[in-house]
Design a protein around this ligand. Structure first.
Ligand code: FAD
Length: 266
């Protein structure tokens, strides 16, 4: 299963906010439960979903029009509804199937946008709908080395991958964060190095530190490297360019732009 396979999955799950917790200065963790969450499949690693949110400003939101999956025709039809819920992409940080609960870590990035500002103030009882998209990370059985690179929006995905990789996996995780106080506890294979890159005080744009670190990485065995590059879009696009020029086959690089500086999701 990879990022593109999400569109083929069918399944929407109503849920509500159970709790909110500020985990680090720039990350709020919302725990969702009730509704249909006991049925949510557990894919592990960087399991992600489309999140349908309440409309901002307390406007009435029609969750009943959320389709079973988001093919092109379903999407276009969904977009014709004036009272449709806004839609964003998020990662399952932790899944407790026995309790029918998931934790989701939201980057709090200011007043712009919908999901970040909503999460910063979300109250227990607020309703959402999730559409399961599977996982994006595809475990390469022959990988000699795993390279995981991202920014704070990728933190839930990278920590989920580290949690679920085989204990014998070797690799390097490069994670850019706003501040050293945004570091989170890592549980992962012993043969992994995790490099945290705090942006605080750096004049560079988000993503620049992670990208510079990635560019200083030369794979010892490019043919058997497994690379996963996500976050602000320059990390995956420029990062992939670097790895390809270092001899890594394109098929061994998973890359997705999670967000874009100055551009809201549609
Ligand atoms: C598969 C996938 C999984 C994801 N998982 C997570 C996750 O678990 N946690 C998470 O926080 N994000 C995650 N993201 C990223 C998230 O979907 C985007 O950051 C999204 O744009 C947030 O929506 P918004 O409504 O807050 O902002 P938008 O309305 O999309 O954008 C408004 C403004 O905010 C800026 N902005 C958006 N996101 C950020 C950011 N992270 N940092 C700084 N500025 C930003 C934009 O550039 C724009 O100027 C994921 C994305 C994908 C594709």
């Amino acid at each position: 299963m990879g990022f593109d396979d999400g569109r083929k999955l069918k399944g929407v799950y109503a849920a509500e906010v159970l709790r909110a917790k500020q985990v680090t200065p720039h990350m709020v963790r919302l725990t969702f439960g009730r509704g249909d969450l006991e049925r949510l499949p557990q894919h592990g690693f960087d399991q992600w979903f489309r999140l349908f949110l309440p409309r901002p400003g307390g406007e009435a939101t029609n969750f009943d029009i959320v389709p079973e999956r988001l093919g092109m025709i379903d999407y276009l039809k969904f977009m014709t509804h004036g009272d449709r819920p806004p839609l964003r992409n998020y990662t399952v940080r932790e899944h407790r199937p026995d309790l029918g609960e998931i934790d989701v870590d939201f980057v709090v990035h200011g007043d712009l946008g919908i999901a970040g500002p909503w999460a910063a103030k979300a109250e227990p009882g607020e309703r959402v709908v999730l559409m399961d998209q599977g996982k994006g990370f595809d475990l390469a059985a022959d990988a000699s080395f795993h390279l995981l690179v991202g920014d704070e929006s990728a933190l839930p995905a990278i920590l989920g991958i580290l949690r679920d990789l085989p204990a014998t996996a070797r690799g390097l995780a490069i994670i850019e964060i706003p501040d050293m106080a945004d570091v989170q506890e890592v549980s992962g294979p012993a043969g992994f190095e995790v490099r945290w890159l705090p942006r605080k005080g750096s004049p560079d744009q988000p993503g620049a530190l992670a990208l510079a670190e990635l560019r200083s990485f030369t794979p010892e065995e490019p043919a058997t490297l497994s690379a996963y590059l996500v976050g602000e879009r320059t990390i995956p696009t420029e990062g992939r360019r670097h790895l390809v020029s270092a001899g890594v086959p394109k098929s061994r690089i998973t890359f997705v732009g999670y967000w874009r500086i100055g551009k809201a999701q549609a």
